[in-house]
Ligand binder design. Structure first.
Ligand code: ZN
Length: 298
């Protein structure tokens, strides 16, 4: 199945449904950084969440999800936009936990205390930042809680990842069902009944359900309104890293200049390496002095 997001409306347009598959993008990240299975599961869920929330944005808006639990995976970051571009990072991909029945233990990987945050760049003066405590550690429930508390939107979220013995994802995806304020009570009751008997996302994806099948399983009258392809995209560049070095301040840059050797920087999202030669560093040092003089003037 190709990676994509499918958007739909149901019950007289009073319910919005998003479904996504992120298997290929997850494997791209997993292979590059040698993710262990339960870390891969956690990252897949976060990517699916990021992809679907990106699809709620408009044109040039962007989104960052941050999951900061007290588990060994550390911080998880996912960036996305309205066009299906996603990238993901975690502090420690080399952690792994299973339950007694060999199911991957995401809760223990992420931890059950901490916060999830959503930072939306809506191209206004200030970004929108919403944050709620981790209540489950399995991500889906945590985001349903986030939607309810931080955005006042009642939502049901399902996420799942299946990993084979070679540490590759066979399936990674999810869905979000959101109620608009005008949703009638009987629709809510019908949906709740539907969701109670719905197979898990992993079960559905592994038994060959398409994203449309998942949506029709939730609401048989759903109208599909959009398909958005999902792909990995990293926004890093040498210029961005140069700005990062500049922000260290002139004293630290001077130390690098004095070392008189090429410095290597690595993007934690895509693994791309950027090199700064002694000449590059000297130029950054000069720029840092100019910046300081300029600041001193005001
Ligand atoms: Zn990058």
């Amino acid at each position: 199945m190709k990676d994509e997001i499918v958007k739909a409306l149901a019950f007289n347009q009073s319910v919005r449904i998003y479904a996504t598959s992120t298997t290929n993008t997850l494997n791209q990240i997993g292979q590059k950084f040698s993710y262990y299975p339960s870390a891969l599961d956690a990252m897949g869920r976060a990517l699916s969440m990021g992809a679907m929330m990106g699809a709620m944005l408009k044109l040039e808006e962007t989104l960052t999800l941050k999951i900061e639990g007290d588990g060994p995976i550390g911080k998880i970051l996912v960036d996305s936009d309205a066009h299906g571009h996603i990238r993901g990072y975690c502090d420690n991909p080399h952690c792994h936990f299973e339950y007694n029945d060999y199911r991957l233990n995401v809760k223990q990987t992420i931890g059950n205390t901490g916060f999830i945050s959503v930072i939306k760049d809506l191209k206004l003066k200030e970004p929108f930042i919403g944050s709620t405590p981790i209540i489950s550690g399995e991500i889906a429930e945590d985001f349903a809680y986030y939607f309810q508390v931080s955005e006042q939107v009642n939502s049901a979220v399902g996420l799942g990842v299946l990993v084979n013995p070679e540490n590759q994802a066979i399936a990674s995806g999810g869905f979000i069902v959101q109620l608009m304020p005008n949703t009638e009570e009987e629709v809510i009751v019908a949906l709740e009944e539907k969701l109670k008997i719905l197979p898990t996302v992993s079960q559905m994806l592994s038994s060959g359900y398409t994203l449309e099948d998942i949506i029709y399983n939730i609401a048989s009258d759903a109208q599909i309104i959009e398909h958005i392809p999902v792909s990995f995209r990293c926004s890093c560049s040498k210029e961005r890293f140069a700005r990062g070095i500049l922000s260290l301040g002139k004293d630290e840059i001077k130390q690098m200049v004095d070392e008189n050797k090429t410095q290597e920087t690595i993007c934690h999202f895509c693994g791309e390496k950027y090199y700064f030669t002694p000449d590059d560093l000297q130029a950054l040092y000069d720029a840092s002095i100019r910046k300081e003089e300029k600041n001193a003037k005001y």
